[in-house]
Design a protein around this ligand. Sequence first.
Ligand code: NAD
Length: 260
Amino acid sequence: MTAARIAIVTGSTSGIGLAIVRALAAQNCHVVVNSFTDTTEDRAIADAINKEFGVKAVYMQADMSDPAACRALVDKTGDEFGSIDILVNNAGIQYVAPVEEFPIDKWNAILAINLSSAFHTIAAALPLMKTAGQGRIVNIASAHGLIASPFKSAYVAAKHGIMGLTKTVALEVAENGVTCNAICPGYVLTPLVEAQIPDQMKAHHMDRHTVVREVMLARQPTKKFVTVEQVAAAVVYLCSDAAASVNGTHISVDGGWSAA
Ligand code: NAD
């Protein structure tokens, strides 16, 4: 049996991040579960993974809007496990408003959590990965890393930004056995998306059913939400030996949205 790898997944107590951390644990990875909330439920997630998959699962609180906390999360993982094989930058938030009404604090928070946090965790993790001569970095971007939608200026800007960061890091680490790639999911029904529905209803003056079908899934040709497990499976692939030559690119898991 190959030695367990060490994986950090930011924002992994909910939605896509939770599915990713579970999928990596199922692949014999020891995992760091992260959120900023530090609740009993957050810690119970790590305990449950430990019991279910027989790997070491540690909960670490860190606010991904705080550069020092991003770097400390990585440093703490290095101290606890001695190496970092996989870094998944998943933490993200959303806010929907026309650009001229977009609150400045929301803009700053989205850029910090959805983009800058990845810069900080990557910068902190790379020395360990380079020393080990191997590593996998996966950034959870979005179809909005490739295509814009109205009322999501900060989110679209941050997600386009993380695509650029992904490609730049990939070039810098290509000779070190490290890969850096992005995944671009379409709409996945998670708490983040659920929370957008009321704002979208307001912005578009529509009821829930209409906004889901005509706004959210309008550009998702399957007319089905992507599942969290489908996104997690793409992460598992990018972290596999089979993906060693996949570098500086993205996998769209969007039901065909970006084909249009
Ligand atoms: P979610 O709200 O279910 O989960 C977000 C996670 O991020 C939670 O664990 C939360 O605790 C964590 N988080 C939020 N702010 C944080 C902070 N300051 N510090 C640390 N952790 C923080 O959201 P989700 O839908 O699972 O989204 C996960 C990622 O996938 C995000 O980057 C999102 O942009 C991206 N994404 C989601 C969809 C979708 O349709 N749900 C589509 C494309 C991309």
